[in-house]
Each structure stands twice: as structure tokens, then as C-alpha cells.
Design a protein around this ligand. Sequence first.
Ligand code: ADP
Ligand code: MG
Length: 891
Amino acid sequence: MKAARAKTPRRPALKKPSNPSLKDPVGVYCRVRPLSRPDQECCIEVINETTVQIHPPEGYRIFRNGEYRETQYSFKEVFGTLVVQKELFDVVAKPLVEDLIRGKNGLLFTYGVTGSGKTHTMTGSPGDGGLLPRCLDMIFNSIGPFQAKRFVFKLDDKNGVDVQCEVDALLERQKRDAMPVPKTPSGKRQIDPEFADMINVQDHCKVEEVDEDNVYGVFVSYIEIYNNYIYDLLEEAPFEPIKPKPPQSKILREDQNHNMYVTGCTEVEVKSTEEAFEVFWRGQKKRRIANTQLNRESSRSHSVFIIKLAQAPLDADGDNVLQEKEQITLSQLSLVDLAGSERTNRTKAEGNRLREAGNINQSLMTLRTCIEILRENQMYGTNKMVPYRDSKLTHLFKNYFDGEGKVRMIVCVNPKAEDYEESLQVMRFAEMTQEVEVARPVDRPLCGLTPGRRLRNQAFREELSRRLEMRGGPINGETEEQSVSEMFLQNFPPLPSCELLDVNDDQTLPKLIEVLEKRHKLRQMLSEEFAKNVLAFKTMLQEFDSSVISKENYIQGKLSEKEKTISGQKMELERLEKKIKTLEFKIDILEKTAVIYEEDKRNLQQELENKSQKLQRQASDKRRLEARLQGMVAETTMKWEKECERRVAAKQLEMQNKLWVKDEKLKQLKAIVTEPKNEKSEKPERPSRERDREKPVQRSVSPPPVPPSSNFTQVPNSQQLASNPQGHRRSNSCSSISVASCVMEWEQKTPSHKPTSGTPNARSRQQEPGQSRGCNTSDRRRGMCWTGVVEVSKRRDELEIEEDQCCRGDVFKTRGGGQAVQFTEIETLKQESPTGRKRRSSPSNADPPEGAADSEWTDVETRCSVAVEMRAGSALGPGYQHHAQPKRRKP
Ligand code: ADP
Ligand code: MG
């Protein structure tokens, strides 16, 4: 049957232990060897079970200016010179062997300068076996009865182990027996006397509580690291006596579980302590030969003896090994005898040897560095890279420090004075190493089968043989085999009588020969047939096995695929769950935000409503106010309109009165003017007041004037004016041609009426001679300009104000060669006398009221709206214009 592979119990997939608290420090023990000679100076003292004291030797003290300083170093345990190998083994190595059998890894190495007793401690001396043979002895004492048959376990070349059934193991054994390879001594053979007393430990030390339901297989390998090269000390090279080939170095590889192993290294399955030690001794011999042949410094090489223990559970019957590779456990114990730790110059090496020694020293330096960095990382939490790969030695044991296992170191010191300085170095390194922690190996998982299977099976077999014995049948395998052979012999032709009674009997022997030949042929035939059957059966089995394996592989592949898918889906699930959580968190936040916003919105709406209500209120207030204001405005407007109307009416009345007065005056003036025309002697008829009053009423639609007091006061003026015609310098507006011409004639006749040039009126006219507005007496005398001007002076308040009013009009040529005047305005000229001197006053100059002048003008305008034909030969030019205030309508 095909072998099943098994994983080693190491679990490097978990590079760092899951529980970092489960760590153990590297166990460092110190062994002080006795002095070679009693007269030697001693510099190391064992103070107590855990402490040694080192003091500088006499010579050293002198050399160092008398400086004397004792140093103490503490270790897990210190072994003095009197300590025997067994004691050391019990304390240091026994727990490692126990761990090995429980499926855990261990590393034990000796460290110290050359001659300090490393090899003595590890290997032992004749008659005093060291840790190595004791470990082997303990292992075989413990697992002896439960060992699997040879070749049931098979180590592969990738640091793995296979298990195969006993039939295959038997066939392989037969094959190996047929080959001319050196055989390890079986238990029955004589032990090599060279090391016989080293393994004769007689302790019968064994591990308690060994799992009896397991079967065990022990494999040993022995390598040497020299000059940073790995050599297999168990490799069988063809013997070449003339020129032996130098040994080939091996390389290190990492297996699928990240454990380091030496590729192609010989691993020998051993079944007893003797056999194992014989293998070791073979390696030792080879090492010695190589050192001699290659002129090597033997103390500068590291030797590593590796014990691998494979164990697999029995099947449910407790009869055969369970053919399940997952159930196989492979643990290993490495026993390392390191090279001397002293500095190179001390060994007086030369040339190549010096270089090689340097290399070896280098690997020890690397070991120190690795341990230092490990310690630093563990103590200060740093994550510096540990340079395991810098040397083969550290690289090989990387997993012990990096992964898990139990590491123990025995520091060997020679107390002699010459080794003082080197011993100090060793002590320092050893003390530091104690601070490094290594993950504690986990317990091997249980196989799941009922314990006590082996015992039950044994009990069953015993019972069976007892019963067979009672029946008288075969009681053991031997009798069984005999009966089978008897049955087999019965098929052969019976032998004839082979008694030779006569010398001349020539029949018996030929017959016998014939029968024997027949039997021989038959036997050959049968054996051939048997071999054929065996072969056929074997091929059948192999086919079956391969089909099972292929199916298994297929299923495994499928399983791994499914596992991958499942793990992928799990990861995806985890991712999605995380996402869901994140989204839920976001939703939560958003919901909270939305609530806050809604609250805000409500508040704002409320505010808006309040404001709009307020606004509406304000608008209605405004409307009310507007209405009230409009009412007020209307009221005020009405009031003012009424007031205006009232005032206008009053004004109108006043005006009408004035007009009436003017008319009256004009009538008087007319009367004066027309007087010489009719009869110079005839006195003008003074119009009665009643008649005069009626006139404006007839001409104007305005209501009859309420005669103000001023109006009445002017009446005497007009009378004065009428009585004194000299006072009328100018005629006021001319309502008809005859009036105008009369006025002019009158003016020409009365030159004495020339106004005083000194008067402001005259002055103002003379100031602007070029202007058409200007109109003076000379102009009028020459007949160039006719201006209907009434000069009215009136007294106002205390100031003497002289006010002249002039009627103005446009003069233009008529077609008939004459000139026409169109009255356009009235000009009022006022003169104020600041001196308050009495103004010349004449009845004709009596000031009519303002309103009277206006109404007079209106009257003139009305009456002179038609052109006035001037006298022929008049010099009045057409450009003679008079500008004044715009026409005012009658109210
Ligand atoms: P190393 O391997 O460190 O170079 P060895 O183990 O070869 O040193 O020891 C050198 C010598 O000292 C050997 O002859 C050995 O028998 C002896 N020796 C070392 N340690 C002890 C010891 N504890 N008791 C007695 N002899 C010892
Ligand atoms: Mg040695």
C-alpha cells in the first residue's frame, strides 16, 4: 500500500504563537568542569545552585594594575565539578525527551571554550555516557514495546513522514536485506566495544504516560557545520583508498511548514539505543577522519545530532497503524555540540585553518547577534530583523527561536585561570540568552479514537490463543504455519519406500529420484503460481490503492477548492457585514440630521407664519393709515380749495373794485381829454359814482366788488386828477383811435408836462437807450413811439413809494402806410424814497390801487385789441417793440 504523508507537529503556519503569554525563557545551565590538575589556578567558584562567581586570576590582577573585581552570574541551575552525568541529564535533558515523546520539539546545545567539557557533557566519556546516549536510552526505554516495524514510517526528502502498511514495510525490508548496504547492529548483535561502556547507562530511565495506542519510529541524522558548510556525517561515500573524495556540503531548505531541514541528509531509522549510538559513532569516526584528512581544526566545527520521532495512532482494532497521514506526528530533538567559543588567535590557527576558524567563529557571532536582537525585540517591543540567515547554524535553528519549542543551553566552563577572559565572555552571553523567550509548544491534538486500543487487542489475542489451546488446536503462529505446510505436503505424490535392503537394488533409488523430481517440479509450479498470485494480488491492491489515492486526491482537491470558496465567501461576508455596519451608522447619522433639519424647518415655518401675520397686520395698518391720510388729504384739500376759492373770490372782488375805480378814472380822463374837443369851456361832466359803479358790473362777470376802504380813498384822487389835468402826463391805455390820437395831441400841446429827467422813471428809461423797452419823452415828442403808459404813484406805509404803471404794446406798420399798436402788457415802475421827503403829488398822479391798474390794463387790452392807425408821417418804426410781462387773464 502507498504510504500516507503526515505533517510534523510543528505549527509554523502560526509563526507567532496565538497566546504570547505562553512563553518560556531559554533554559541556561552552567556546568563547571573539574580542573585537569589540582595545582592549576581556579578562577570560577560555584556559589550556590544557581550562581557562579568568577574572579580574575593572580596574573591577570597584576596585569590590570591590581584591579580586582569578582563577578557573579546566575543561571537556571549551576552544576559543579562533582555533578555526575545522570544528574545533569535528569535536570536538563529529561524534560526534552519527555517533550519529544509528547510530540514537541526541543533543542539542546552546549556552549563554551574548547576543553571546557562540551563534548564530555553531550557525548560523554568512556564509562560515563553523556546526554546523547542517555536521551537515546530514555527514548527507547519509553517507546520500546510500542515501536512500529521497520519501514512502517518513511521519511521523505521534504522533511515529511509517510506511513505504510506492514506488508509494504515487509517487502521493503526484504528489498533492503537483498542490497549490500551496511547494516546497523540489531539488538541481538554484539555492541562495538569502543563505545559499549558509554551507552551502558543502566538507568532504565523512561517517560511515564507514553501513549500506548501509538506506534513509534525513531530516526537519527548527524550533521556537521564547518566553515559555514553543512556536511552529512552519515552519508555513505564509495570507498576510495587512494584519493578520497572531499565530502559534499548540503544545503538548507524550508519545508511547507517553514521548518528548516538539510536536503538529502541521511536519516537512519533505529530500533534501539545501541543501534542509534552506533550510527552516531559512525558519524563521529567519519568526522575524525575528515578532520585528519582535510587538516581541519576539530574543535571549530559544530556537530548536530538530530533525533526524529514519528508516531501514529493504532486503528480502532488496536492491531495496525492508522493509515492517515494527518494523524502522524513528527517531533525532533536536536543535540548540538557547538564549536569552541574562544577567539581565533587563541587556537594558533594558520592560513586556511584560520580563515575557516574565522568562519566558524562568525557563525557563533551570528548566534550571539540573533539572541541579542531577539532579546531586544522581546524586551523593548522593537521589531528588528533577526539575522538568522547570516549563518547556517542560526538558519538551521531559526524555527526554534522564531516558532515554538523548548530551548536549553548548557554553558561549559573550565575554571582554569587561562580561560578567565573567554569564560567571562561565555558567561555574559549565557546570562543574556536567558532573557530570550521561546513560545511554548502546544499539545498534540488527540486522534479521536478510543484510548486503550492496544491493551484491548492484546487481551483479545491472549483470550483467542487460550481458547485454541483448550480446543487442542494451534496455539500460536508457528503451529499454524506447520499445519499449513503439512496440508501443502499432502498434495504432493507420496514418497515410495526408500529403504535400501539390497546393494543391487537399482529400483528404489530411481523411483525415489523420480518422485522427488516430480515433487520438485510440483513445488516449483506451486511456488511460481504462488508468486504469480502474490504479484496479481499485489498489483490488484496497488491498483485499488492508487484508485483510492486518486479519488482521495480528487476529493482533497475539491475540498480545498470548496474551502477556498468558503473562506472567500466568509471574507466577503465579513466585508459586507462591515459595510452594512458602516452604512447603518451612516443611516443613523442621516436620520438624526434629518430630524434636526425637520425641527429647523418647523421652526422656520413657524417664524415665517409669524412674520407673514405681522406683515399682514402691518399692511392692514398701512391701508388704514393710508385711508385716514387720504381722508385727511381730501379734507385738507377741500379745506384749502374752499379757502382758495374764498380768497380768489375776495381777490376778484378787490380787483373788480379796482377795475371799477380805473374805469372811473378813465372816464374822468376821457372826459378831460374830450373836453377841448367838444367845448374847452365846458367842464367835464363828472360821472356819478353810481354810473361808474355799474360799468364794471356790465363788463365783468365777476361778482360785484366789495368796495375796500382804499378804493374809496382813491376817489378824491381821481377827482383831483380830473381837476388838475396837468398831472396827467400820459394817457393811460387807449381804447380807441380817437382816444390815442387825442392823448398824443394833448401831449404835444402840453410840453410842460415833460417829466423831470431826474426822476427814477426817466433815469431808468435813459439807462437803456438802445432797447426797445425804453421809451422817453423825446421819443414821444418826435412821434417815433407811442406808449400808452399810466404812471401811478402811491404811498405805502411809512416809506414813500412812487409807483408808475405803463401800458405797453407792439407798434407795427400797416398796409396803408400807417402804424398799428397792439397792447401787450402793463409795466409797473416803483420808486421808493428813502429820505421820506414828500413826493410831489398831483391829483393826476394819485396812485390807483394795483388791482385798479390791472383792471385798467385789461380794459385797455380789451379795447385796443384792434390795430390803431397812426397819423401819417409818424416816425415810429416797426422795430419799436415793447416787451413786458406776459398777458394776464382776467380772473
Ligand atoms: P570540549 O568538547 O569542550 O572541547 P571536552 O569535552 O573534549 O571539551 O573535554 C576535554 C577534556 O576534559 C576531556 O578529556 C574530558 O574527559 C575532560 N572533561 C571535561 N569535562 C569533564 C568533567 N565534567 N568531568 C571530568 N572530565 C571532564
Ligand atoms: Mg568538543
